[in-house]
Write a protein that binds this ligand. Structure first.
Ligand code: AKG
Length: 261
């Protein structure tokens, strides 16, 4: 079984929500034209890290994002891993990912669990406390957001459901891009899964973001690298490789969880 994914490596206009919603709409249409099964977006694409303005800008109850992604998924008959957006729910702000199937149904909702102190995220955002495991395009999958990839135990926790694809959405700044690439490869190898990771490009007042969205196979090989410009890149991969890799080095069977606490 194979799947075609589209990585929407977009810029994010700082605090300009209307512009950002329009951009996402354009990229979903473009992805649909290329007949992808799943299109994936980066982190916090509605506002960027405009954390001090969340009161005015964060999506209340995620309503605007959910309405748009659901409509687009249905209209174009495409599955959408909606990156993440800043949301305002019950008086708290969250960094929230919404995932829609090609019928326009919400299949998962995830609040980023590990908040990134270097960008003062924890001063504004409330951390999530739940996993993100779902079936999309018929494939068991998991999803995390940016800084989450520094926590192998969290990805393992999510991957233990049998995920064959781990989706990562990020706003990962350029100075640490080597760490991004290395961490993604390690998460793919240790979980023997495909990693589909989408980073943004462009600038915010404090950071430059250089993309390098990637698809990585279960052996840690980079199948696709999107480079440093705003772009939609696509690739198709099949899951036989996962069975081969898991069959030859059975790390899931060889785990010793009784020793890990
Ligand atoms: O861990 C890093 O170096 C980057 C994390 C980050 O930018 C984020 O979580 O938004």
């Amino acid at each position: 079984m194979s799947i075609k994914v589209g990585l929407a490596q977009i810029d994010v206009s700082f605090g300009q929500t209307d512009e950002n919603f329009e951009r996402v709409e354009k990229f979903v249409a473009q992805a649909a034209k290329q007949q992808v099964d799943v299109v994936v977006f980066p982190e916090m694409w509605n506002t960027g890290y405009a954390l001090t303005e969340l009161d005015q800008l964060a999506d209340r109850d995620g309503a605007h994002t959910k309405e748009l992604l659901s409509k687009l998924a249905k209209q174009y008959h495409v599955n959408i891993v909606g990156g993440s957006v800043s949301t305002n729910r019950n008086g708290h702000f969250y960094n929230t990912s919404y995932i829609f199937d090609s019928e326009g149904q919400l299949v998962s909702q995830y609040d980023k669990v590990h908040l990134f102190g270097l960008m003062h995220e924890e001063q504004f955002i409330t951390a999530g406390a739940a996993k993100n495991q779902f079936t999309l395009a018929g494939v068991l999958s998991a999803g995390v957001i940016c800084y989450d990839i520094r926590f192998p135990e969290w990805l393992r926790t999510n991957a233990l459901g049998g995920a064959k694809i781990i989706y990562v959405s990020a706003e990962w700044p350029e100075p640490r891009i080597k760490q991004w690439e290395t961490l993604l490869a390690a998460r793919a190898i240790e979980n023997q899964a495909f990693v589909v990771a989408v980073n943004r490009v462009g600038n915010d007042p404090d950071n430059h973001f250089s993309g390098h969205s990637q698809v990585i196979d279960p052996l840690g090989n980079v199948v696709l690298d999107a480079g440093e410009d705003e772009t939609l890149v696509t690739t198709e991969f099949d899951f036989d490789q996962i069975d081969q890799v898991r069959g030859s080095i059975p790390v899931f069977d060889d785990r010793r969880p009784e020793l890990y606490e």
